[in-house]
Design a protein around this ligand. Structure first.
Ligand code: BGP
Length: 473
């Protein structure tokens, strides 16, 4: 049966959205009192890509929201830029920034495009980043104050997420070294950042519930299933180690409020192999425990699995930030090395295309974590070099349609087998700035001409609308 027929089984109000993140779309990094994030000077020093004007969403949001509505989207993922509200991360709020988000949210709501808002999407204030980012517990207090301010101020928002992709941040900053501060295989800092980010989330959820704010709150993890390749006992063990470090540690902390002994056994193996350690302070686990039953939903991002073989040599990696196929490699001492599974297609950025991974993760999470109730797929999509055909010409992005088609199919299968999935956000709404890849890695339903900021419609946007129109019919 075609996907078009199958989406009829979804309710009319199934959340069907496009995702964005403040720093990747807004541009306007130096206007209206905004403070610097950890990215501004770093990108300037690197000289590879500029964050301005990105997709100029700061000024063009009315157009993007109207396009969303026209193309059948009933929801949008947005993030608030912490430094538009508190330029230094703390202190006196910047009213111009506050007013901007009120206008943006109003525009979404007036057009029937429900905003789902994250408080942090990879963009810590520069001042706090230089002071240790999430490794410095003082910064957790500042974030809690910022969150409290937002909950009080933006009462029009019903759906909140605390942090986006805790692992991507910790992993990119301290293992892979492609986010500032560019540490490679600094395993102590990576695991500490994971734990501290869980604490940030838990403290904010506890505050939200204790103060009786209305609305719903959760967090977003990207799940990257890990499969042994080829399937041998050594490779299976390597896959379990990576899975514990990348997925289970965070899910245990979020939904069980404790790190299960089986998880810790594997994580400790990784730490030992890398002469690394994790510090858990008195009271931390109580905070996680209290929050673990209080998440209203879970945002799951899914892009790709990894295929892993055992590896005990020195850690090394090369990052494909250009879209030149076959240029990435990853070898993590005491964990495993990423290998190519010849049966699995990959993108130009060497990401494995494997929709079954989404199904596997949905089934596994809902079976393993009883406190994980409702799930939204908060990001899923294909990075692709879309070809511009001229003003007003449709962009033919058939591979993106295939990608989304297969992943929505996997979602439907899990849902039909009882997993409570209530929404799907494609990454991304419009083309935007990609953190470590710049502007040629496009994900949008809407094409952005980064010279003129004109939007063009991609074939995927029309197809996405057809699905939206068919739902619940
Ligand atoms: C997720 C992030 C997004 C986005 C996406 C695609 O991890 O939440 O912000 O960037 O991945 O990643 P990339 O731009 O590196 O291809």
């Amino acid at each position: 049966m075609t996907l078009l027929k199958r989406v009829k089984s979804l309710p009319k109000n199934f959340v069907w959205g496009g995702a964005t993140a403040a720093y990747q779309v807004e541009g306007a990094t130096k206007v209206d009192g905004k403070g610097k994030t950890m990215w501004d000077d770093y990108l300037k020093q690197q000289g590879r890509f500029a964050p301005d004007p990105a997709s100029d969403f700061y000024h063009l949001y009315p157009e993007d929201i109207i396009l969303s509505k026209m193309y059948g989207l009933n929801a949008i993922r947005l993030s608030i830029s912490w430094t538009r509200i508190f330029p230094e991360g703390y202190g006196k709020p910047n009213q111009t920034g506050v007013d901007y988000y009120h206008r943006l949210f109003k525009c979404c709501i007036d057009n029937g495009v429900t905003p789902y808002v994250s408080l942090h999407h990879f963009d810590s204030p520069k001042t706090l980043f230089e002071d240790g980012d999430w490794l410095n517990r003082k910064n957790i207090d500042y974030f809690v104050d910022y969150a409290d301010f937002c909950f009080k101020e933006f009462s029009e928002i019903e759906n909140w997420f605390t942090i986006n992709e805790l692992i991507s941040l910790a992993f990119s900053q301290y293992i892979q070294g492609n986010f500032p501060p560019n540490h490679h295989f600094d395993v102590s800092n990576a695991i500490q950042a994971e734990h501290n980010e869980l604490l940030v989330h838990a403290r904010v959820v506890n505050l939200f519930k204790d103060k009786g704010y209305t609305g719903r709150i959760g967090l977003i993890h990207v799940l990257q299933p890990v499969y042994p390749y080829p399937n041998t006992p050594e490779n299976t063990h390597a896959a379990q180690c990576e899975d514990a470090f990348m997925n289970t540690f965070l899910l245990d902390g979020t939904f069980k409020g404790e790190y299960e002994p089986d998880t810790m056994k594997l994580v400790n193996e990784v730490l030992k192999a890398n002469d690394a350690h994790l510090t858990i302070e008195p009271g931390d686990m109580e905070t996680l425990k209290k929050a673990s039953t209080r998440n209203d939903y879970f945002g799951m991002n899914y892009y790709q699995p990894s295929f892993v073989a055992a590896y005990n040599g020195e850690s090394t990696n090369t990052f494909n930030g250009t879209g030149e196929k076959g240029t990435s490699s990853f070898k993590f001492k005491g964990v495993g090395q990423h290998v190519k599974n010849p049966e699995i297609p990959t993108t130009d950025w060497d990401w494995n295309i494997y929709p079954k991974g989404l199904y596997d993760m949905l089934k596994w999470v809902s079976k393993t974590y009883k406190n994980c109730k409702t799930i939204y797929i908060t990001e899923n999509g294909l990075g692709y070099k879309d070809e511009y055909k001229g003003i007003g010409e449709e962009i033919d992005d058939e591979p993106r349609i295939d990608f989304i088609d297969q992943h929505v199919e996997a979602l439907l299968k899990a849902r039909n087998e009882g997993v409570d999935v209530q929404g799907y956000f494609v990454w991304s709404l419009q083309d935007q700035f990609s953190w470590a890849n710049g502007y040629n890695k496009r994900y949008g339903l809407f094409y952005v001409n980064f010279d003129t900021q004109a939007r063009e419609i991609k074939k995927s946007a029309k197809w996405f609308k057809e699905l939206a129109d068919t739902m619940g019919s």
